[in-house]
Design a protein around this ligand. Sequence first.
Ligand SMILES: [Zn+2]
Length: 643
Amino acid sequence: MTPPAPLLLPTSDEALAWVRARTSTGLTVARDLVAGLRSDPPSEPEEVLRRWDEVTLELSNVGAISGLFSNAHPDLAVRTASEEAEIDVDKLVTELRQDRALYDLFAGLDPAGLEATAARLLEKTLEEFRRAGVDQDEATRARLAEISERTTGIDQEFSRNIRDDVRTVQATPDQLDGMPEDWLAAHPVGEDGLVTVTTDYPDSVPVRMFVKDADIRRQITIASLERGYPANEPLLKELFDLRHEYANLVGYSDWASYDAAVKMIEKGPAIPEFIDRIAQAAQGPMERDLAVVMERVREDMPDAERIDAADSTYYEELVRKEQHDVDSHLVRTYFSHDKVVQGLLDVTGRLFGLRYEPAEDAVLWHQDVTAYDVHPIAADGDGESLGRIYLDLHPREGKYKHAAQFTLTEGVAGRQLPEGALLCNFSRGLMEHDHVVTLFHEFGHLLHHVLGGHVAWTRFAGVATEWDFVEAPSQMLEEWAWDADVLQTFATNSDGDPIPAELVAKMRAADDFGKGIQARQQMFYASVSYWFHTERPADLTARQIELQEQYSPLRYIDGTHFYANFGHLGGYSSAYYTYMWSLVIAKDLFSAFDEDDMFDGEVAGRYRDSVLVPGGTKDAADLVADFLGRPYTFDAYAQWLAR
Ligand SMILES: [Zn+2]
């Protein structure tokens, strides 16, 4: 059997017609497959599932490429057509999941004869249909659809209110003492003798970090904490009520329980338990970090007892600078972009037994993009390609603004090769070390996608694991971007000298400082995300103040309404805990590696085969236990936090 070939992408001239044709063909094939399933279903349960998985594959093929092109294609018409295709796929997915005839077909299948993964697919499929309300009466289904539509609308309006509510603070040039030269050059003094500082991150983050004038820091902090208020308050209340109603209609006691049921944490009430557990583990580290910060604060303000958000960023940064003395300009000289990318490929190739072969025949959507075929290194020569990856790493107009992995195709054994892309916004020359860490992180998702793209079912391909686990492999891979031995294999300056181990140690110490404070602040955010959804408090501000007092190291600033610009209440909803949950798992996974021998191929190979290769074919807790030889624990995370 010939192995599947990579997808041939269109040239720029062909792209628009190609996207439209691929969308209409994909949706038509999916609809025809569904029609066939309804009218003349196969008699074998596994064959029914196989056809349904073909529907999933067709829809994912349209959704994936349109998701990528809407964020990356240089041609606006292609981006727009791709956005429309994404909406069409979403609509069809919702329609199918509320299709009673399809549900009855699946519900009538006897799982007894199915092999384990097929039985898992059946179970997950029925669950997805039920979560969409397929087994409810018609009036309920209509109400669920109405709620879904309204919550999507609220979510968009909520985000827009935050994005569009840009506030400003005026400062005299004297009041901006402490700001870097390049920032000041980009902010000229106006005719009134004042400089305007906006709440946009490139303005407000450096001001909160570097400006010596406490009053200006306070003004910009309060302006930032007030974005979206009061417009977002009624929207949030409506959102919490609607989500609660939705959860009740499909049989859950509250939204958090509905949301948690398909995550590793499983139960809603396990979320506040997790939050309290982390908060407790972080108590000592927070006090330790705060003591250091307060000592520095008191040099300027002898009577200070507690700080708030207007001072914390500034003093934490000051401690990092004064006590850890990392020269970020010097650090950059070791991270030239091309060497970093080659280093990333060499490091991950060595770790996971892979070779990246430039894909000469790949058609690229932009000249900045590079493509590689990923081959396994075997004793008897390299094996067939495991998949294709595209790296699109520099900013340009109309492109996605953050850093993320995007899927081109889901991989299914013998059927379709996994292909994915990284969209990032790195400089072409010297890189910040933070960006190097981000590159390793995102590449972790890409590797997971490719290595996990050889399972039997589309539904379980690649990163199709629980959402509160999906960050763990990437958070773990970040460790390799912090190891001096690893960095010295590629991080060399223009004279060819590798980055000194002492410098890496200082970078790590500076990065480590404040992690107790950060953990507690994160648990404050997680508690807002959980309790606002679960309790739906009448007075959001009062409840925020209580939760802040309980978890945050930082004092509440009177009259502010942080929740009104806490954008993650939209997408993460009640599950903001997930990032910390993944980190706990990542630290546990990493505990199996030897920090003095980060290239140990035996451990890395076991990790690859037991955690990445299975994709979503097992529960994440089982993947982790398969690798560690025991269930996951908090120990490694708690030790790291206390260190
Ligand atoms: Zn990530």
